[in-house]
Structures are given as structure tokens and as C-alpha cells.
Ligand binder design. Structure first.
Ligand code: ATP
Length: 280
């Protein structure tokens, strides 16, 4: 078979510590990353003719070589040396440049999909090594478990089992530049890292982790993020925080009904992106 239909899920950060700036400009991080079942849909086809096409049609997402999914396909075709090509059709359900890792997830799906279609039999470890050359969050989506991520995000360890939770995602649609956020982050010399617990029994245990060093920077420019957090907590969220460098805010709820109720309350009268998803 030369076509695969792939689901590329979003992530949220339960924890995001920025430890230091490395001499090469990257930041050393400690993150807890959790997948949620809001997914982009990708149709990946191996073609006889060389060349790669990406069709997406979403504003802000490049169709050609600028698309990270294109780069993922290129590297796998080059490794195979087979002279064939690929066509990639992406339906973006994950908001773009939102702190939800959508592009990285698309790239990870294309790497694993091409590995299968080209019968390369590369290990997940090898795919993760290729993935980090495309983007720091790509290895996490290949790892495919809730993870403690260190380094620039590529040193991954599986987290102990965590309770499932209903997640409300709200993206107010303001434009946040990740580079700007890091430039405006003030790092202290001696950052004391909170200990990561070894057991999580309840969603309250999960929410007790919530901390994101980037949040105050993004909120200083976009106070709406703090307003959304406050609304989520008023409407029954066990915890609420910004994901990545934002602007998406997520809330953790005990039940789907509570998450959906908060979703309709918060969405009312706005044009914000909202979705209720489940962790997996
Ligand atoms: P991160 O949290 O890793 O910074 P993000 O979720 O904030 O990621 P993405 O949605 O991955 O951001 O998009 C970041 C940029 O990458 C966008 O500005 C977009 O132009 C570009 N891009 C390239 N390919 C894709 C893709 N397949 N999906 C989304 N964005 C893409």
C-alpha cells in the first residue's frame, strides 16, 4: 500500500522550566509534555515520480519546502535513495503557532509514515535523532508517551502513569512570537527546580505540577491570557495554564461535561478557537 492516513495530535505542557541559555542560542529546558486528541489529519502518499507536494491551504502554513512536513519527507526519501516522491495533504485542526506543537507533530507523523511506506525499518531512536534536526519538539511525538523532556526537548523519559483528564483549549488568536518571548525572559542564575513527583493519582496531582516560565512574559503583552485562565478556574477547572510560549490556554477538568460547559461559556460572543479534548 502506498497511502497512509495519519493522525498528528497536539500537546500541552504541564511543566515548562527554562534552565539556561546555551552559547548556541538554544535554551535548556525541563518540560512535561502531554498529548491530547485534537489532531491534524494527514494523507501521505508515496509517488512514482520524484518531488514532494504539500497541500494544506491554511493561512500561515507554507505549502512547499517551508512546511516542516515537506522537510520530514525529504530527509526520509534522501535516506532511502529510491528516487520516488511524496504527496502530503494536511488538514490543520490544530491552531498554528499556538504553543500546541502542531507543526512538530505533523513532521513526526510524516517521519514514521515514510519509515513504513519506504520499508526503511528505522528504530524510533533513529527517527527521534532525525526528528530533532527538524524541530526540538519532534522527538516527543515519535516517543509517543507522556514525557519528561530535557536538553532542548530531545532527552525524553516516560512519566509515571498519569490520570486521564479532559482538557479545554482556548486560543484567543493573538500573534505571539516564540523568539520574542525567549528574548524577553529574564533568567535568574540559580534556578531551583521543583521535584517531579513519582505518583499521580488524581487530576489535582497533575494540576499541582503546573508551572510555565514563559507565561508571565506572554501575559505581559497579552493580558487576555490571564483572563482566560481566571475564567477557566471560575468554571470549575482543577488547574489552568498557558501551553508552550502561548497563546493557547488549557484547563484541566474532571469530567467532559464540565469541560464542555466551560467551553461554551468562554466561547460565547468571541471568535476564539476552542476545543475540548482528552489526554492520551
Ligand atoms: P511550538 O510550540 O513548537 O513553538 P507551535 O505549536 O507554537 O509550535 P506550529 O503550529 O508548529 O507552532 O507553527 C510554527 C510555525 O511553523 C508557523 O508559523 C508555520 O508557518 C510554520 N509551519 C511549517 N510547517 C507547518 C505545519 N505543518 N503546521 C503548522 N505550522 C507549520
Amino acid at each position: 500500500m502506498s497511502t497512509l492516513n495519519l493522525k498528528a495530535p497536539a500537546k500541552v505542557n504541564y511543566l515548562l522550566d527554562v534552565i539556561r541559555r546555551r552559547p548556541d542560542g538554544y535554551h535548556e529546558l525541563r518540560m512535561i509534555m502531554q498529548r491530547v486528541n485534537l489532531c491534524d489529519d494527514i494523507t501521505l502518499t508515496l509517488t512514482e515520480s520524484p518531488g514532494i507536494t504539500v497541500t494544506c491551504g491554511k493561512k500561515g502554513v507554507p505549502d512547499g519546502p517551508g512546511n516542516i512536513a515537506w522537510k520530514a519527507a525529504r530527509v526520509m526519501l534522501d535516506l532511502s535513495g529510491c528516487g520516488r516522491g511524496a504527496s502530503i495533504d494536511i488538514t490543520k485542526n490544530i491552531p498554528v503557532a499556538a504553543g500546541l506543537g502542531g507543526g512538530s507533530s505533523d513532521a513526526a507523523s510524516v517521519l514514521t509514515g515514510m519509515n513504513q511506506l519506504l520499508e526503511l525499518n528505522l528504530s524510533d531512536q533513529r527517527l527521534m535523532e532525525i526528528g530533532v534536526t527538524l524541530g526540538a519538539d519532534v522527538p516527543f511525538f515519535i516517543f509517543a508517551r507522556t514525557a519528561l523532556a530535557e536538553g532542548i526537548g530531545e532527552e525524553l523519559r516516560a512519566m509515571p502513569e498519569m490520570p486521564k483528564a479532559w482538557i479545554l483549549l482556548v486560543n484567543p488568536g493573538v500573534h505571539v512570537s516564540t523568539a520574542w518571548v525567549y528574548q524577553n525572559l529574564r533568567l535568574t542564575n540559580e534556578k531551583v527546580l521543583a521535584k517531579v513527583p513519582e505518583f499521580f493519582r488524581t487530576v489535582e496531582d497533575v494540576a499541582a505540577l503546573f508551572s510555565n516560565d514563559l507565561e508571565s512574559v506572554t501575559i505581559s503583552a497579552f493580558p487576555v491570557i490571564d483572563e482566560i485562565k481566571g475564567r477557566m478556574l471560575q468554571l470549575g477547572a482543577v488547574g489552568s495554564m498557558m501551553s508552550g510560549s502561548g497563546p493557547t490556554v488549557f484547563g484541566v477538568f474532571r469530567t467532559r461535561a464540565e469541560a464542555e460547559n466551560a467551553c461554551s461559556e468562554i466561547a460565547r460572543g468571541t471568535e476564539w478557537f476552542t476545543a475540548v479534548a482528552e489526554t492520551f
